[in-house]
Design a protein around this ligand. Structure first.
Ligand SMILES: CC(C)(COP(=O)(O)OP(=O)(O)OC[C@H]1O[C@@H](n2cnc3c(N)ncnc32)[C@H](O)[C@@H]1O)[C@@H](O)C(=O)NCCC(=O)NCCS
Ligand SMILES: Nc1ncnc2c1ncn2[C@@H]1O[C@H](COP(=O)(O)OP(=O)(O)OP(=O)(O)O)[C@@H](O)[C@H]1O
Length: 206
């Protein structure tokens, strides 16, 4: 079985996915981590990113390697530029994830895969897609208390966090959701969250 978890930055995806991996014998796959590997050694991806310079999007350094600072600036500030760069990266990310999932499923290994943009990457083999809803993060009506904590943890500004949330909200509109797990960190501690995960797992594992 493959469980996919998506939700905005800092919504609690890793917390939930690691709990499932550790308590239900699932392998854990984090799209941010896979993306790092894909971006670190792929000449075709580098060339595709180089071509984006024609559109005024520059994420490469003088050696045409990915420049983390430039990438952060593009991903966290502009919806339009984010989309162009993401589409290029996600093509390669999808290929890699599909390969890994194929090998694991052939070996009968259960997998929990998580990523903020998981549904947009288009991985068809996911059996159950869970949306992690975190009102402190998803909605702009709430206080900035939690977002400030996440910003600090990730060494980002509150402005960058807000921008990436609005970009991710756009990506995640109208995506397939099989189950919504609400995680409000100001009213629920991790133990309460884990109990909700147990309820979800009871439903999907027969
Ligand atoms: C923008 C980068 C340099 C920021 O790195 P950094 O270590 O500072 O932050 P981190 O990777 O933890 O990302 C922070 C949050 O932004 C999200 N995020 C990352 N890339 C994107 C993207 N293209 N679009 C929307 N959200 C994104 C992450 O999923 C996470 O929720 C890095 O995330 C990156 O290279 N992203 C491009 C690859 C990608 O699309 N990965 C996401 C797979 S879901
Ligand atoms: N219910 C909760 N109670 C207390 N802390 C929580 C709760 N849920 C998540 N957290 C904390 O919030 C932070 C963000 O959670 P986590 O890293 O799981 O989010 P994420 O969705 O994986 O983030 P990213 O998109 O950046 O990968 C972590 O410090 C985590 O321990």
């Amino acid at each position: 079985m493959i469980i996919g978890i998506f939700g905005n930055i800092g919504s609690g995806k890793s917390t939930v996915a690691k709990y499932i991996a550790n308590n239900y014998n699932f392998s854990y796959l984090n799209l941010d981590e896979v993306a790092k590997v894909v971006m670190s050694n792929n000449i075709d991806l580098q060339y595709d990113l180089f071509k984006l310079k024609q559109d005024g999007i520059d994420v490469l350094d003088n050696n045409n390697e990915i420049d983390h600072e430039k990438m952060t600036e593009v991903i966290f500030t502009s919806q339009k530029k984010n989309k162009k760069v993401s589409q290029v990266i996600w093509k390669y990310l999808k290929k890699e994830v599909n390969q890994v999932l194929k090998i694991l499923s052939e070996a009968n290994v259960n997998v929990v895969v998580e990523g903020a943009c998981l549904p947009s990457i288009g991985i068809k083999s996911i059996d159950v897609q869970l949306y992690l809803a975190n009102p402190e993060i998803d909605s702009f009506l709430y206080s900035n208390k939690w977002k400030r904590k996440i910003a600090k943890e990730k060494n980002k500004t509150l402005k960058e966090i807000n921008k990436v949330i609005s970009i991710q909200n756009n990506y995640n509109l109208h995506q397939r959701i099989d189950y919504v797990l609400e995680n409000d960190p100001l009213t629920m501690n991790v133990e309460v969250l884990n109990n909700k995960v147990n309820e979800f797992m009871k439903l999907i594992i027969k």
